[in-house]
Structures are given as C-alpha cells and as structure tokens.
Design a protein around this ligand. Structure first.
Ligand code: TXA
Ligand code: MG
Length: 321
C-alpha cells in the first residue's frame, strides 16, 4: 500500500535506493526516480504505461548539476539565469553518461530546475538529477495535488510526498533550438511566450514537427484528457460548465448544469492553478460532458487553450490512456 507523507528526507532516502516517488513541483506533481539507473527509468515508463519513445525531463537542483548532464551556454544560459528555478524546460545537447532511457536515445536531453524548495532539497540530497514525468497515467490529466496521484496511480508508486497544491497548475514550457540556433517552443506552458520574448527580444515560433520523424506521444492531439468528454461549446443540461471570467462567474445558471468556477475574477494564474483539479473532480462526478469557457489566445491563456483543445480532441469512445 502506497504511503503519503510530508517528510522530504524520507522521500530522498527512498529515491536513493531506487524507489519511485511522486513529488510536488511548482507546475504539477512529478513521478520521480533517479536518472542514473536504467531499471528505475524503465519502471517509470511502465508505471505510467508510457511508450518508450517519449523522453523524460531531468530535474536538477542547480546549474552545476545541469552542466553535468547537458551543454548549457549561449541563449540557453541566458534563459537559465532569467527563469530558473522555474517552469521552463530546455532541450539541450546531452553529455556522455546520460542514459538512453532518460532521453529515448535522442541527442538532446530535457532539463529543468523546478521552483519548489522541497523538490530541490530532495534532488540535492539524492545528488543526481531526478527523471520526472507528470505523475499521471499516460494520456490522462496531470495531477496538481497529492490526492490526484493517489487516485490516479496510487498502486503504481512507492511513495507520495505531499507538498500541498501546485502553485502554477500546468506543465512547464518546453523550448529548444533548431540546427541554425533559432529558438522554438515545443510545448506551451506556465512560462509565457511574452516572458521568453522579454529576454531574447524576438518572437518565439512554435516548433513544427518534421513530417519524416514520428512525433513524440506527448505531443499527440488527444492528451491531458479526462475520461468524460471535454468540449468548448456552451453546456446543455447534464453537462458541467467550467468558467474563469468575471462575467461567466455571475451566470445565474440553468437547471441541470453544474457550474464550476476556476476563477471568479478573470485571473488566469488562478484559473491555471485550478483547471486540472476541476477536470479530475468533474471526471468522477457523473456529468455528461465538461464544457470549458474559451481562454484568451495570449499569455497564459494560450497554454490553457491548448490544453483544453487537446483534452477535447480525445476520441470519446476510445479507452486509450
Ligand atoms: O512541468 C513539467 O514539465 C512536469 C513537471 C513534473 O516537471 N513534467 C512533465 O513531464 O510535464 P512529462 O514527461 O509529462 O512531459 C515532458 C514532455 C513530453 O511531451 C516529452 O515528449 C517532451 O517533454 N520531451 C522530453 N525530452 C524531449 C526531447 N529530447 N525532445 C523533444 N521532446 C522532449
Ligand atoms: Mg505529462
């Protein structure tokens, strides 16, 4: 039986011995394991039912640890200094010694320093980067509270470190550089395009997948989805209506529609903090569909919009996770 605790030293001792421990980051809960042990990495993929070609993120406690696994210089170093610790993941040339299982054999490894003192203390104690995908079954919504991990994969982890709800509530932004050294965004996330642009003075394009290369499963359209259908339409009786704007918060309601506010004031940071928790809670509530108010196209809205679109793209009758 999995145990939930709040003692980070105990979590670190377990990780050192090769256990899988769910840990809070500022974005979402991660399923962590030591990145220098191929058996541990294989167990992470198996626990999540994650395809082996979808690489993991290595979480480091400081820049020195990053330099041990990746080449960090130029614009990447500039971004590291501006945004780490924080919700930014960078795809960097890997150093020798990084295991193929960590980066699915690719030439680049995904790295970030999370803005969670608890998690950084654990990494520093284990003294090797921790590989940590989001602590959900592959394809499902990422957990932002310890109880989500327990409900979603409690029998597949050795321990859960409860650090309370995650501050940001959606995953990190992932960036990389093309062969010409031009930066591109691989995944929108908690760090906005405007944040990136404020440092580099150019507009960051979204990465266009190479038609000849199979796309990482993490980038497939139906991802981050609850089992209940998600839609961007107005709700009908039997549906849930998830809103964030001040205008929608005042909606007086129609019979049979379950109104769930993730912000009442149009605060997108608050909405981001609450969106996944709302999807997970409503998923178990028996509503027919989860309808979500449209988010703006800029700032944090862009990442939230993308997540909901992916959740809505899920083939509704499929049991794929
Ligand atoms: O906020 C986050 O990033 C959370 C917390 C736990 O840190 N982690 C997270 O990990 O979202 P995960 O595994 O759920 O998503 C990582 C994404 C995947 O879509 C994977 O395909 C992509 O990062 N990725 C990792 N390494 C890559 C690489 N070398 N090239 C391209 N994509 C990569
Ligand atoms: Mg994930």
């Amino acid at each position: 039986m999995v145990r939930i605790g709040s003692d980070w030293k105990h979590a670190a001792a377990l990780l050192m011995r090769g256990a899988l421990v769910a840990l809070p980051t500022e974005t979402v809960y991660g399923l962590a394991g030591r990145s220098d042990d191929p058996t541990v990495l294989k167990r992470i993929y198996a626990a999540k039912n994650r395809p082996g070609n979808n690489p993991l993120i290595l979480h480091c406690s400081d820049l020195d640890m990053v330099q041990e696994v990746a080449h960090l210089d130029g614009e990447a170093l500039l971004l590291a200094e501006a945004f780490w610790p924080g919700p930014l993941t960078m795809l960097l040339p890997r150093r020798e010694g990084v295991l193929d299982e960590a980066c699915a054999g690719l030439p680049r490894v995904a790295v970030r320093i999370p803005d969670s003192k608890l998690f950084r203390a654990v990494i520093a104690a284990v003294d090797v980067p921790l590989a940590a995908p989001s602590a959900n079954m592959s394809g499902y919504v990422s957990p932002t509270r310890a109880e989500h991990v327990l409900a979603g994969m409690g029998n597949r982890v050795d321990h859960i470190l409860d650090g309370g709800p995650c501050e940001a509530g959606i995953e990190s932004t992932i960036v990389g550089w093309d062969a010409n050294g031009v930066g591109e965004v691989y995944r929108l996330g908690a760090l906005t395009l405007q944040d990136l642009e404020s440092q580099t003075q150019y507009a960051w394009p979204l990465h266009r997948p190479d038609a000849h290369q199979p796309e990482a499963p993490g980038a497939l359209p139906h991802h981050y989805a609850p089992h209940t259908p998600v839609c961007l339409e107005l709700p009908q009786p039997g549906d849930a209506w998830v809103t964030w704007s001040a205008r929608a918060a005042e909606w007086s309601g129609e019979p049979g529609i379950r109104h769930h506010r993730i912000s009442s004031t149009g605060d997108l940071a608050e909405a981001a903090r609450n969106l996944y928790a709302a999807l997970i809670e409503l998923d178990g509530s028996g509503v027919k569909r989860i309808c979500v108010e449209a988010f703006p196209e800029t700032g944090l809205g862009a990442a939230l919009r993308e997540r909901v679109q992916r959740a809505a793209a899920r083939p509704h009758n499929s049991s794929a996770a």
